[in-house]
Design a protein around this ligand. Structure first.
Ligand SMILES: *Cc1c(COP(=O)(O)O)cnc(C)c1O
Length: 344
């Protein structure tokens, strides 16, 4: 294949825009450990406002932000409830155990969504000789469940149940802006029930960074924990400048990613051998069941690569495609042509 491959492995492959590079070059900076980086401070203010929170903090990665949140919201030996294919369960290297000494309890949801009946069994009072359940983590959109948007009424209901039982709640909202576009709601509304992490480096195209947002006391503690985890950065305004552009302009065009993903999914489904186990595409992620093509997910990935289309596999045996800014509408047509021999 001499043509360049079309790369659907992840929206983290999105590259910074020209506007971001210009803003980075021009960024006013200072030492952010001393809280003297004006651009980082501005990003944190703008992000807090966008998410409807008192304060926010810039992190080098979503993983670090999630791990800092877990550190602050649960104590060693306590349990943290996470949906079983959740990012903080499967893709953070056991960080909750390694860094915070907590026990992660992976609970079954439905297409990534923990509904009240999934939660009830874990909320009962426990005797003193069992671990205490401290925290519930939800994920919106749900990465490994095909980019599902958490239905907001269910979200509010389970958070309320958890709180009533004495738990804290936290949202892994790496793709919260994709969810907001899909349901035409402000991100602040979707984030209202909890502290939240959002990624700037995925669909929003910034080169690096995530935001943790919540009330002022939580973010003050998070600043200490970020330093503890080695995430105290210096002239980080160079990166924050790209984050500001991402927040200002990146959200609007997520609708295009959604349209591209919908069209790719329609093309994959048309011959009748690819299925979507988590239901219709809602955002920029497709997780497909390809077993009826006669291939495993791994075999499909290799065959697709040979034909110039890159995708990834999930731990659940699915094939995953993501759309992002660098994937254009024309790329969808080319990808479908290339994949036709595999799916027809
Ligand atoms: C990507 C992702 C993260 C982690 O973000 P990184 O910046 O890659 O560390 C956390 N949660 C979800 C749902 C993600 O998709």
């Amino acid at each position: 294949m001499t043509e360049p491959p079309i790369d659907f492995r992840s929206d983290t492959l999105s590259t910074p825009t020209d506007a971001m590079r210009a803003a980075m070059a021009a960024a006013e900076v200072g030492d952010d450990v001393y809280r003297e980086d004006p651009t980082a401070n501005r990003l944190q203010q703008v992000a807090a406002d966008r998410l409807g929170k008192q304060a926010s903090l810039f992190f080098p990665s979503g993983t670090m932000a999630n791990q800092v949140a877990i550190r602050l919201l649960a104590r060693p030996g306590e349990e943290v409830l996470v949906e079983r294919s959740g990012h903080s369960h499967d893709w953070e290297l056991g960080g909750a155990a390694a860094l915070s000494g907590v026990q992660v309890r992976a609970i079954a949801g439905e297409a990534g969504v923990i509904e009240p009946e999934h939660l009830t069994p874990w909320l009962g009072r426990r005797p003193y000789y069992q671990s205490h359940v401290a925290l519930l983590i939800l994920e919106n959109t749900h990465n490994m469940a095909g980019g599902r948007v958490y239905p907001q009424s269910t979200c509010c209901e389970v958070v309320e149940m958890a709180r009533a039982a004495g738990l804290r709640a936290y949202l892994d909202g790496a793709r919260l802006f994709n969810a907001a576009v899909a349901v035409s709601a402000p991100a602040a509304e979707l984030a209202a029930p909890f502290s939240v992490m959002v990624s700037l480096s995925k669909g929003l195209s910034a080169p690096v960074g995530s935001i943790l947002a919540g009330d002022a006391a939580f973010i003050a503690e998070a600043r200490r924990a970020r330093k503890l985890f080695g995430g105290g950065m210096r002239q980080v305004g160079v990166l924050a400048a790209a984050g500001l552009v991402a927040l200002e302009h990146g959200g609007e065009r997520l609708a295009e990613d959604r349209a591209n993903a919908a069209r790719l999914a329609a093309g994959l489904l048309a011959p009748g051998r690819v299925r979507l186990p988590y239901g219709p595409v809602q955002t920029n992620i497709i997780v497909a069941d390809v077993r009826d093509t006669g291939m495993t997910a791994q075999e499909f990935k290799v065959a697709a690569r040979q034909r110039g289309v890159l995708c990834s596999t999930t731990m659940g045996g699915g094939v995953r495609f993501l759309t992002y800014r660098d994937i254009e509408p024309g790329d969808i047509d080319i990808a479908l042509q290339r994949l036709e021999p595999l799916i027809a």
